[in-house]
Design a protein around this ligand. Structure first.
Ligand SMILES: [Cu+2]
Length: 123
């Protein structure tokens, strides 16, 4: 029976191809909305940053870094309370151009990062 074994192999190969790929438990964290929005202008003073993601975030392993108009960087404290898919931090800002770099760990164990740039305007 010289052809039996190869034909069985072909059947098994076909079954393997038809099996669905395992789906990840959750997606990476994608930024869905932010305040300020990217490119927005906000008045000087106390500014509350609010970043909303498509999945839950591990706050303790996530970070927000603010680049000030003079290019110096400041690690922003993330508020410990709030919805699990939202990061907030409040910081007092003077006029100028700022960038918040976010790096977050999602519940699926993957890290994502990105930037939100905004301008603080004078009184
Ligand atoms: Cu992921």
């Amino acid at each position: 029976m010289p052809f039996r074994l190869p034909s069985r192999r072909m059947v098994l190969l076909g079954v393997a191809i038809l099996l669905p790929l395992p789906r990840p438990a959750a997606a990476h964290a994608i930024l869905e909305a932010s305040e300020p929005a990217n490119g927005a202008q906000v008045p000087a003073g106390a500014v509350t940053l609010r970043l909303r993601y498509n999945s839950r975030i591990d706050r303790e392993r996530s970070g927000l870094t603010l680049t000030r108009p003079d290019r110096t960087k400041l690690a922003l404290p993330i508020d410990p309370q709030g919805p699990p898919d939202i990061l907030t931090s409040t910081v007092t800002l003077t006029p100028g151009a700022y960038v918040v770099r976010w790096q977050v760990l999602a519940v699926d164990g993957h890290i994502t990062r990105g930037d939100v740039a905004f301008t603080v305007t004078g009184p």
